[in-house]
Design a protein around this ligand. Structure first.
Ligand SMILES: Nc1ncnc2c1ncn2[C@@H]1O[C@H](COP(=O)(O)OP(=O)(O)OP(=O)(O)O)[C@@H](O)[C@H]1O
Ligand SMILES: [Mg+2]
Length: 551
């Protein structure tokens, strides 16, 4: 039965609050909204910094009030003494009754003794500690669902929160800015735990030495970190078309550059050209950023020779790469003919090209000669049979490989070639992030996918990070190689998704049902950012001065 109650407060609380509420023993109803209050009864022994911060990332309308009150030292020592005495008596009774030793009693007594000593030595202080939480929703059924999620969440972290059934009005008063709890606070904690529980900042995704990735929509705090401090520097950015993937990548590129990280984009849509051009116009010499656009097309002046061997690659690796390239490029493929010819070419020629391979195959009357005519001497020779005339310098802040004029047949081949070129140009020291937009285009052939898997694993060793940006999530989550690439990323950014991909995403990223719902409803620029296993509901944004570079 609901009953109408009147809440009265001393002082200004009266003015600020709704006077008439409906209270049921399980909830409070005010202004058409339903509230349920909880209080903290117990929590795990070992609280580390940010342990509490996950509460803020719960997808519920949640108000949290934390109470910390100093306690008189004498009374505290007395209390500890009594508690030790009571636990010791309990232990003694158990042993006298012939029961097995309860280790948890021993641990608690030992902790209390340590606490006692640290207070006497003035290394620690005791604080009365409590948390009152209110969850609110527009309907009773939504409230029940949110509360159930909250209870499952807290139980999974060994927190004991009890609902304030029959006492919701008291709980509500405790949430006001009066700094007094109307609920008695059952817990005493030491200062270390106070430090770990306060403040309720967003978790360890705030590292001011890093760059800003977005705003935590629950706490309104920024999300910033240095990906080069993570265990690898790779990321996936998944979303349906138009959700804001490239916008996000552009903000990250600008911010990375400001931190001295070198960036490279493989750009199948020509979306980053403006950014590179504008960036280059900001200045020259040491104060400005150096960026360049390398357009690779049939009539381009820039070329990469797939046969180039740098000091970072041995002949076997190069041959492996070329085999993958030819398998993708040719409709017929004879592995023995190619194997023989490639081994020979690296013995005979210093800087071979496809023309040399063609001549060798022709001489031995191999059928593959005809197959590679197109790339050696035919219409695609302008793309793949030229000597390399570009290089990547450690001074280049941003290089955009613009391959947007290529036809579908050549896009993935060129992406593969560019990636191999970048890879072999590394100096092992410079921090470099490679952004592969429309990365699903590389998933056209098993050799290409295997190549991605290999470099994803090895990138860290050479100070490389790779951002895979794609709308084709399925390619990643449904293949063994794709899953391995995901496993080798420290950062996952999920913007709005297609419903069809939700189940797979959920398996790959351990998504909660709320997160799955959000991924379908997100507006442009809203994202779930997952880093270091922390899931954060986020908003991607660009400052006005940043937008000027790419919009
Ligand atoms: N965080 C954001 N804030 C404001 N506008 C945004 C944001 N993200 C994206 N937009 C705008 O939404 C549009 C689509 O964004 P974007 O091109 O980044 O999407 P996309 O996911 O890369 O799409 P596609 O799959 O077609 O490449 C652009 O006009 C962009 O300016
Ligand atoms: Mg895009």
């Amino acid at each position: 039965m609901n009953k109408r109650i009147k809440i009265s407060f001393k002082g200004s609380g009266d003015i600020l609050l709704p006077k008439i509420v409906n209270e049921n023993h399980k909830y409070l109803k005010m202004d058409g909204r339903f509230y349920r209050m909880y209080y903290l009864y117990d929590f795990p022994q070992d609280i580390t910094p940010f342990y509490f911060s996950d509460f803020l990332n719960l997808n519920s309308n949640i108000v949290i009030r934390q109470f910390i009150q100093p306690i008189d030292k004498k009374a505290l020592l007395q209390g500890i003494k009594m508690r030790i005495a009571s636990l010791s008596a309990k232990r003694h009774r158990r042993l006298s009754a012939g029961k097995i030793r309860d280790m948890s009693l021993d641990v608690e007594i030992s902790n209390l003794e340590d606490f006692n000593l640290s207070i006497i030595n003035q290394e620690e202080e005791g604080m009365v500690f409590g948390i009152v939480i209110a969850i609110s929703e527009d309907s009773l059924s939504a409230l029940n669902t949110s509360c159930k999620n909250f209870e499952l969440f807290t139980a999974s972290r060994s927190f004991k929160f009890y609902p304030l059934d029959l006492r919701h009005a008291e709980g509500f008063k405790s949430l006001l800015h009066s700094a007094y709890s109307n609920i008695s606070l059952p817990t005493i904690i030491n200062l270390k735990t106070v430090a770990a529980s306060t403040p309720f900042t967003s978790n360890n995704l705030i590292d001011f030495t890093g760059i800003i990735y977005g705003i935590n929509v629950n706490t309104k705090s920024i999300i910033s970190f240095d990906i080069f401090k993570f265990e690898n520097y790779n990321a996936v950015v998944f979303a349906k078309s138009g959700a804001g993937k490239s916008f996000f990548a552009k903000t990250v590129i600008l911010r990375m550059i400001s931190k001295g990280i070198k960036t490279i984009v493989i750009d199948p849509e020509g979306e980053y050209v403006k950014l590179a051009k504008n960036l280059n116009n900001t200045g020259s010499g040491s104060s400005g950023s150096r960026s360049k656009v390398l357009k690779l097309s049939h009539d381009s002046m820039f070329h990469i020779n797939p046969f180039d061997l740098t000091k970072n690659e041995n002949v076997e690796e190069k041959i492996q790469f070329l085999k993958g390239f030819l398998k993708r490029a040719c409709s017929y493929y004879d592995k023995n003919e190619i194997d023989r010819a490639l081994i020979r070419i690296y013995k005979d020629c210093k800087t071979p090209t496809f023309v040399d391979l063609y001549n060798i195959l022709l001489k031995s009357k191999a059928r593959m000669a005809d197959e590679i005519f197109n790339i050696a001497k035919g219409t695609n020779a302008s793309l793949y049979s030229q000597k390399t005339n570009i290089k990547i310098s450690k001074d280049d802040d941003l290089i955009v490989f613009d391959i947007s004029s290529l036809d579908n047949e050549n896009i993935s081949l060129m992406m593969y070639l560019v990636l191999n070129f970048i890879w072999n140009m590394h100096d092992g020291k410079t921090q470099r992030e490679i952004f592969i937009d429309e990365a699903h285009r590389l998933f056209e052939n098993v050799d290409l996918i295997n190549y991605l898997k290999t470099i994803s694993k090895r990138a860290r060793k050479y100070n490389f990070g790779i951002f895979y940006i794609t709308q084709d999530v399925e390619d990643f989550i449904s293949t063994e190689q794709g899953r391995s690439i995901i496993a080798n990323t420290s950062l996952k950014v999920l913007l709005k998704q297609e419903k069809i991909n939700l189940a797979g995403l959920s398996r790959s990223f351990s998504l909660s049902s709320d997160e799955k719902d959000s991924l379908l409803k997100f507006d442009v620029g809203e994202a779930l950012i997952i880093a270091k296993d922390i899931h954060i509901n986020s908003k991607i944004f660009a400052f006005d001065f940043e937008k000027e570079f790419f919009q």
